[in-house]
Design a protein around this ligand. Structure first.
Ligand code: GCU
Length: 342
């Protein structure tokens, strides 16, 4: 799998790959093939949850649909996969909320640093239809809609050799961020040099010292091997950015009412299974990183990081005033679930 992972996206551009997998409406012995792409390894909670989805939908509708899951960037980067989903070359993909910001400005909201006061507030907000529905439905004109969210924990800085204890320590460091304007702005404010690139390129960039570090949840250390190179992981807790499962609108609209409700049950199952698996996977990742990879975990005061990026909230609301009511709703969840540290 590892070999394919690097080679395939290079050989096939997204367009060529789309042609190679024969595009929309592929069929397998009379069954309709439903293709789902994502960028995580096969033992990652996202893949485990999608496999349960496959089993569930096929147990109910297996005479009609054959679900195929393509992990590990086999169908290209997240940006490639979103484009393939838009055109219907594939039916679903998992994309980070950060990447979706470049397709719809509404997604900017969930990329804000320190948007949620605690993990509980984040979970409650993402489970609240009044918060997510207007955003999830907002890309229908662009050909896709979000069907569920997937927990991707908390993002923190990690570096090859520089412990990050305060924003000052980021000064002059090249830090990989996801390709989104919000992430670049956050990095600029914190003083590091933002280096946007796709997830699949990060390991080599760290190893060859093109970058000094990156920011992500703990799984990146183990599942993606970044902890083999980076020895300091600093809990500054700057973002809780969900992953989003998006579906092609034409595919969704073609489902009968009964089929649609089975798919909806399947989406809810993905969310449930992934969240359960996530808790276990993060614990295992921390253990492996500390004890096998020699990663040192640091717990800096998060306040200076938070204060440095605080202006981003007002900037975003001034730029996208329509998001204000949703932002306010999030504050209600924050008030009910304040930071565990307070
Ligand atoms: C996490 C997230 C992915 C994302 C990656 C990244 O792993 O779950 O969706 O692609 O971070 O930093 O690019």
């Amino acid at each position: 799998m590892k070999r394919y992972r690097r080679i395939l996206p290079v050989i096939f551009g997204a367009g060529m790959l789309a042609a190679a997998i024969s595009g929309c409406g592929g069929s397998d012995g009379g069954k309709q093939i439903v293709r789902i792409g994502h960028n995580q390894a096969t033992d990652h909670p996202t893949n485990i949850a999608l496999m349960e989805f496959e089993e569930y939908v096929e147990s109910k509708l297996g005479d009609k649909y054959n679900i195929e899951i393509y992990p590990s960037e086999l169908l290209g980067s997240q940006t490639d996969m979103v484009q393939l989903t838009q055109t219907g070359a594939i039916d679903f993909c998992v994309a980070s909320n950060s990447i979706l910001e470049t397709f719809s400005e509404n997604y900017t909201l969930f990329n804000l640093p320190y948007l949620f006061s605690s993990a509980d507030a984040y979970h409650m907000a993402m489970d609240d239809p009044q918060i997510v529905d207007p955003i999830f439905e907002s890309t229908k004109k662009a050909g896709f809609e979000a069907v569920t969210w997937i927990d991707a924990g908390t993002r923190n800085f990690y570096t090859v050799s520089t412990p990050i204890e305060s924003p000052q320590d980021l000064k002059g460091l090249k830090i990989r961020v996801q390709q989104s304007p919000t992430n670049v702005r956050m990095m600029d404010l914190l003083g590091g040099s933002a280096t946007p690139m796709g997830f699949g390129e990060v390991y080599t960039a760290l190893q060859s010292k093109v970058i000094d570090g990156a920011e992500n949840n703990e799984m990146a250390l183990t599942s993606n091997g970044h902890g083999d190179v980076c020895k300091y992981y600093s809990y500054d807790m700057h973002q809780m950015i969900p992953d989003i499962l998006i579906g092609n609108c034409a595919f969704m609209d073609d489902l009968s009412e009964e089929e649609r409700s089975i798919f909806e049950e399947g989406f809810a199952l993905i969310n449930k299974v992934e969240r359960e698996e996530w808790v276990k996977a993060v614990e295992a990742a921390k253990d492996k990183a500390a004890n096998e990879q020699g990663v040192q975990f640091l717990y800096p005061d998060t306040k200076p990081f938070q204060e440095t990026c605080a202006s981003m909230h007002t900037e975003m609301l001034a730029q996208y005033p329509d998001l204000q009511p949703i932002y306010d709703k999030i504050q209600e969840h924050n008030a009910q679930h304040p930071s565990e540290a307070e």
